[in-house]
Design a protein around this ligand. Structure first.
Ligand code: FAD
Length: 342
């Protein structure tokens, strides 16, 4: 079976590995020059300063995949949730915010978190290596433009950067708006995807020559919605530096995006992590980045187009997981459903 995966984020990578492992001939098209999607490595100076919080759930879908790929050690040490400091709320509420990265309540058990060794880039690197091992063809710098169905109503080809690629199945692992546009090109109903409203946040990633958050491992301020974690990990600090005297902090404002949201993050750090500005070696701030492609109740049912040979994947697809775990879970589920439907 010839299959195309559109999108080279963690959802697309998980789908491609699964399809190839199940015997498909797989082409993955990614419009950017690098794979990894939103978790792409962005190194600055001597530090490995990947974007985002980097906390993964110890028993999440990403962990399960890494174990299958015989790379459990990529998921590194446990993050110390004991010293997570809730401000204006109880610890349970703060940990719920961390679990879902939202201010919505999260019923159920709070997971244990781990810090991936080498950051997001090592996770993505391991997934690319696995894809290569099972024969996935990676086409970065290629944009999927449209889908074509045959007279039987089943997928016949995907147009990628001006070329018609014949195939039997596709996993669309792109943000909802792009996925909706692609479905529309095949005359399929994009309505549930169009209804997804992106949740954007302000974020700040800082490499520090100092440990200003001590004795805490993280902070959550219920009033502003700012969450900040100390991600000290020996493999992410410059060579020769002492992990006891430097660290990386990642912070997001779960209440929203824009200049005021970014200012609130800095205000919280000013009040709780005294001296952080003078300790900063390098930092990256963004006033607006998409954290969730939709709200929890807008997640879409991916089974609708499976019979036509079209699967959907990403954190906007129904799953028991959140964030990157939802992306991995839905990528693998779409691949398995397509294999089963043939
Ligand atoms: C600030 C921040 C902090 C985060 N922290 C955490 C955390 O601590 N733990 C956690 O688990 N998750 C975290 N996440 C969430 C995690 O990063 C995402 O859930 C995950 O990366 C989503 O992966 P994806 O593959 O679904 O989507 P994406 O990464 O968005 O990938 C989609 C890909 O599709 C490509 N594409 C789009 N259109 C086309 C087209 N037409 N043709 C070809 N390719 C196309 C894009 O270029 C992109 O590479 C964080 C996110 C942010 C923004």
């Amino acid at each position: 079976m010839r299959s195309v995966v559109v999108g080279g984020g963690v959802a697309g990578l998980a789908a491609a590995i699964q399809l190839a492992a199940d015997g498909h001939e797989v082409l993955l098209a990614e419009q950017r020059d690098t794979l990894g999607g939103r978790v792409r490595m962005r190194e600055k100076s001597r530090w490995l300063l990947d974007p985002g919080l980097h906390l993964l759930r110890r028993k999440g879908a990403m962990n399960q995949l890494l174990r299958k790929l015989r790379a459990p050690r990529v998921l590194g040490p446990r993050w110390n949730s004991h010293d997570f400091n809730p401000i204006g709320c109880d610890k349970r509420r703060a940990l719920e915010a961390l679990t879902t990265m939202s201010t919505e309540p999260a019923p159920g058990k709070i997971p244990h978190f781990v810090i991936p060794r080498g950051g997001w880039s090592s996770l993505v690197g391991r997934m690319i290596a696995a894809g290569n091992q099972v024969g996935v063809t990676f086409n970065s710098g290629s944009t999927a433009e449209s889908l074509t169905l045959g007279s039987s109503g089943k997928l016949s080809s995907v147009r990628i950067s001006g070329k018609e690629i014949e195939c039997d199945a596709v996993v669309i692992a792109t943000p909802p708006r792009v996925s909706a546009r692609l479905l529309e090109t095949a005359g399929l109903d994009p309505a549930p995807l169009v209804a997804c409203t992106e949740q954007r946040v302000a974020a700040l990633d800082i490499a520090l020559e100092g440990r200003p958050m001590r004795p805490y491992s993280g902070l959550f301020d219920d009033e502003s919605g700012v969450i900040a974690v100390d991600m000290t990990s020996p493999d992410r600090i410059p060579e020769g530096a002492d992990s006891e005297s430097c660290t990386i902090l990642h912070a997001v404002n779960l209440s929203g995006d824009g200049p005021d949201a970014l200012a609130q993050i800095k205000e919280l750090l000013d009040s709780r992590c005294s001296g952080w500005r003078n300790m900063t070696s390098t930092r990256r701030s963004t006033e607006s980045v998409m954290l969730h492609p939709c709200s929890q109740n807008q997640r879409v049912d991916a089974s609708k187009h499976i019979e036509a040979g079209i699967g959907l994947a990403g954190a906007h697809v129904i799953s028991n997981y959140h964030l990157s775990d939802a992306a991995v879970d839905t990528g693998r589920a779409a691949a398995k459903a397509l294999t089963k439907s043939r």
